[in-house]
Design a protein. Structure first.
Length: 148
């Protein structure tokens, strides 16, 4: 299985004061920041909010587009990444909460909580659930290139 990056492109457009932020993969996701650092932080928050909303609504979540020239790479937060990975795998493999619960020999409620962006589940649960779907989350540390 090819590794899927959980990094989405964002466009930081200079304004009179700060930046406006938009996401090509999520037309409904927009934000702004007072300076580069604030804009980056706001972009991460905005991305997480749109992903959480789509997960709660059981909506489609697109795979990240490649980051093109003039765009910034915005990572999915570390706490949301395993939930998103599980959500996307279950969707791609057409696995229901009930079917995954049976496979893991746990209650469907536990699977539902694992997919709830507002619920804290244990990392071991994601490791086990993703392994049951022949996957795992791989954490990478990358240097963020800040614009001047």
């Amino acid at each position: 299985m090819k590794a899927k990056s959980l990094v989405y492109p964002a466009v930081f457009s200079p304004e009179k004061k700060g930046y406006s932020i938009s996401f090509p993969d999520f037309p409904e996701a927009n934000s702004q920041g007072d300076d580069d650092e604030d804009a980056f932080r706001m972009a991460v928050d905005c991305l997480n909010a749109v992903l959480e909303y789509r997960m709660e609504e059981k909506a489609e979540i697109p795979a990240p587009s490649p980051v093109r020239k003039g765009q910034r790479a915005i990572p999915v937060s570390l706490d949301l990444a395993p939930k998103l990975a599980l959500y996307q795998l279950m969707h791609d493999q057409k696995i229901s909460n009930v079917k995954l619960a049976r496979k893991l020999r746990i209650s469907e409620v536990v699977v539902r909580r694992m997919l709830d962006p507002n619920h804290q589940s244990k990392p071991e649960q994601y490791t086990r659930a993703l392994a049951a779907l022949d996957a795992a989350v791989q954490v990478s540390v990358v240097k963020l290139r800040r614009s001047a």
